[in-house]
Design a protein around this ligand. Structure first.
Ligand code: HEC
Length: 138
């Protein structure tokens, strides 16, 4: 009886470890893909460490807007573009972010958002391809 219990406990522990490692690997792969997209595209405006630029490009690093806005909306804004008045970390912006070029895939979008959500002091969610598919439409 005791042996059986240990066996079951071990199986549960191993499965958990396996699943956790798998998720961590998914996140790492998505972050790596996202970093490439970020450096190729987003960096021009939001800068290498997400600090933004002057009064034109808002920061992504420790952005209170990013933290408090629901993730589905962030997906929509990054994919379809965003303009109009906006306050980030106490500073006012009123610019235009163009829609994301069509060449970027749902994997690229999930990656770049996961990268932004988990870089430069940001602590956030992992954005999956399923999230992007579900929420990217206007
Ligand atoms: C051509 C410049 C440009 C590029 C490239 C660009 N953005 Fe933006 N982004 C802006 C501007 C300007 C705003 C503010 C729009 C407004 O005032 O409503 C903004 C706003 C944002 C916001 C919401 C505000 C904040 O600071 O939290 C997020 C999140 C964001 N961008 C993410 C991205 C990501 C991710 C990429 C790359 C996939 C990207 N942007 C590419 C110019 C750009």
């Amino acid at each position: 009886m005791k042996k059986k219990f240990i066996g079951v406990a071990l199986t549960v522990a191993c499965t958990l470890a396996f699943v956790t490692t798998g998720l961590a690997q998914d996140k790492a792969a998505s972050m790596a893909r996202g970093q490439k997209v970020y450096n190729e595209y987003c960096k021009t405006c939001h800068q290498a460490t997400g600090q933004g630029l002057g009064t034109v490009y808002p920061p992504l690093a420790k952005s209170d807007y990013l933290a408090k806005t629901p993730m589905p909306q962030i997906i929509k804004e990054v994919v379809n573009g965003k303009s109009g008045k906006l306050k980030v970390n106490g500073k006012e912006y009123n610019g235009v972010m163009a829609p994301l070029p069509k060449k970027y895939t749902d994997e690229d979008i999930a990656g770049v958002l996961t990268y932004v959500y988990n870089s430069w002091g940001n602590k956030g969610t992992v954005v999956t391809v399923a999230d992007v598919k579900k929420h990217k439409k206007k």
